[in-house]
Design a protein around this ligand. Sequence first.
Ligand SMILES: [Mg+2]
Length: 301
Amino acid sequence: MRGSVPRAADLYPPNVVPAQDGNGRPGTSGAGQKLNHSKPMPRPASHRKSQHLFDHWKQVQRRLAAAKHLALFLDFDGTLAPLRPRPADARLDESTRALLRRLARSPSITLCIISGRRRADLQKRVNVRRAIYLGLHGWERDTGARSAIAARGFLASARRLLTQRLSDLPHIWVGDKGPCFEVHYNGASGATIREARTIIRDVLRPLKKETRVLRGRKVWEVLPREIEGKGAAVRALLAEFPRPVLAIYIGDDTSDESAFQALLDGITVRVGRRRRTRAHFELCNPEEVSSFLQRLEAEVA
Ligand SMILES: [Mg+2]
């Protein structure tokens, strides 16, 4: 599947171009994945507000009680750990870590941490031994990378060129993530963001076929096509699970939308208030995610 169809609009910051439909076309709806779906969830749609998870707790409880096994997918930044202007400063609360360790020990739960971060970095920050870690939107797994990156050299050149050309713009900086990179614009003015966007488009024009740009919170991620996104990664991992399994996915960003779409039969939760999401439910912040995990622990105990 194509995780997210790249669009020029992905290059635009939210304050320049109105959001369209989250993370592009997430591909097939997960048909063929025989997931546990005893009760239909509220219909996810990109044109309505999602609903607070705790307001529908009884319904969720019934699904949890009926499930034989849970695949619990959790994003890191903005979901488990509060967002920080610099990703290097994001920290997991010790009580959340202890909670994750207890959940990972449960025989009825497989805990999967999925992030745009490198896998090694993610594993170090979460530090829960029994979890499965999916880095670079699921492209990096414990079994290694899912495919080779054909344009890796070109991407590295583009990163170096952008680092140079963006260096004079205040609050704009380039982060290297190996086979991909990101351009952060937290704190930059609208004019600066527009200027950065023009430079990025200019530099990436020759690589249009090999790359796509994913817009996150105050960041543009420049990804090779081979990194299909979280939706594709979640589907691939779930295909290895014994049936039946109920998938729960919690994430806060545009990059999580393809996973919400891939898990229409699961329980999907978007963190933070969003006008448009494909998730069934919403939670307000990482504190509420932690509260949900406590409720989940009580249900599976
Ligand atoms: Mg996130």
